[in-house]
Write a protein that binds this ligand. Structure first.
Ligand code: ZN
Length: 426
């Protein structure tokens, strides 16, 4: 197969120009000008952008136990629709993925869905309850690429330190949701003028930074690679920046919603703007954007968190935290960060493909010849209105419904097989 005449943007090789891409036997065979088709199928990419497939470090697939919200299959379809060729399966399912058997089961479900790569992530503690270490070694043997208790952090510092020592030995990263529970309390949104106006309890930014500071101290001491999930506030970006300068093995991600929205989005008690960590202030948004641009924040993670419409239709205090993200991430960030020049297209692609692959330790996120042909084709001219009814995800919980966007993924290929074409998942 020859992908003809697209603008190939592959930050892993510093490629940014018009080339043909030859795909053979599921792999990238060559990137060059004027490759002979020789009877092979031709995909016309003229006027479009060809990029390594996106990799999401932060996907909640809800199976087992939450099949009404999402399954490995529906989440994989959503990923393919969004230009993703690889996603993680975070462990906060019911039951929690905290043993080797459950990791093996995730692999089976992913193989059955047979669309995008799904890398299981195991829990740090049994049941993610924070009391006793999970079977970390066994899960890694079955293919878990990292561990996390996401949904919450690991409150017990001694237990976390032990987990970090294991992770260092196993050479996997520990993904941490930084939230000091006593400080977050029953908070519903960011603590500030909006929470005061709405009469709702807030979560101070310190709930995030207090735990982050503790984690950085322990990462330095243990040498464990720590990955900070969904960074949301300016002070956290600053702590990570300093830690990186000191040589602490820390990486970080930011979500599209924390890059684009402030707590003002909660006005009117909009439950589709209720998430953890909460949407914060304009200064925080500016800081996470700057952190993403200068590389302090390594990656974009969607925190794709599907819920049913009836749950989100509850009153603000009863509604669950979280929004979906796989099908809107790239168009939103292309439209609102790349077009206005906040970051370059190549930077965005790097933070959605090559960097997350490196954090997970998987040989993807690149179009290097010899590697798997996992790629996406993006139409940067086509304009579209986000319509949640059209999502492949079962979750329709998004604050971005009806937003106009451009930078639409029009083809997704995994190991040389087209899994999405013109918005339709195969
Ligand atoms: Zn989280």
């Amino acid at each position: 197969m020859v992908i003809r005449g697209g603008t190939v943007v592959d930050p892993s090789q510093n490629i940014d120009g018009i080339f043909d891409v030859l795909v053979a036997e599921g792999k990238i065979a060559r990137i060059a000008q004027n490759i002979e088709a020789e009877g092979r199928e031709i995909i016309d990419a003229a006027g479009k952008v060809v990029v390594p497939g996106f990799i999401d470090l932060h996907t909640h697939l809800r199976q087992p136990g939450g099949e009404a919200k999402e399954t490995v299959l529906t989440g994989s379809r959503a990923a393919a629709a969004g230009g993703y060729t690889g996603i993680t399966a975070l462990p906060n399912t019911r039951p929690v993925i905290d043993n080797a058997q459950m990791v093996a089961r995730q692999n089976e479900l992913a193989a059955k869905a047979n669309l995008v790569r799904v890398w299981p992530v195991g829990a740090v503690t049994k049941g993610s309850e924070g009391n006793e270490l999970a079977e970390i070694g066994g899960m890694v043997k079955q293919g878990a690429r990292a561990v996390t208790d996401d949904g919450r952090g690991v409150p017990d510092a001694r237990l976390l330190r032990n987990a970090m020592l294991y992770c260092r030995e196993l050479d996997i990263p520990l993904f941490e949701h930084c939230e000091e529970e006593a400080l977050a309390g029953n908070g519903q949104l960011h603590e500030g003028v909006v929470s005061a106006r709405l009469g709702l309890q807030g979560m101070p930014a310190a709930a995030e930074t207090v735990m982050l500071a503790r984690d950085l101290v322990l990462a330095k001491e243990t040498g464990c690679r720590i990955h900070i999930m969904h960074v949301s506030c300016a002070e956290a970006v600053e702590l990570i920046r300093k830690a990186k300068k000191e040589g602490i093995p820390v990486t970080a991600e930011v979500t599209p919603h924390h890059l684009l929205l402030t707590d003002e989005a909660v006005e009117g008690y909009n439950t589709n703007a209720k998430m953890k960590p909460p949407l914060r202030t304009a200064e925080d948004v500016a800081a996470v954007r700057k952190g993403l641009a200068d590389g302090t924040i390594d990656a974009v993670g969607t925190d794709h968190a599907p819920h049913t419409e009836s749950e989100k239709a509850n009153d603000f205090i009863s509604a669950p935290f979280g929004i979906v993200g796989l099908e809107t991430a790239f168009p939103l960030l292309y439209t609102h960060l790349v077009r206005p020049g906040v970051i370059s297209l190549s930077q965005l692609v790097e933070r959605m493909s090559w960097r997350p692959a490196a954090i997970l330790g998987v040989p993807h996120g690149t179009l290097k010849p010899g590697g798997a042909a996992d790629l996406a084709i993006i139409d940067t001219q086509q304009e579209q209105i986000i319509e949640k009814e059209r999502f492949y995800s079962k979750g329709k919980n998004t604050p971005f419904d009806r937003w106009p966007v451009t930078g639409i993924p029009v083809l997704t290929m995994v190991a040389g097989t087209v899994v999405m074409r013109d918005g339709k998942v195969e």
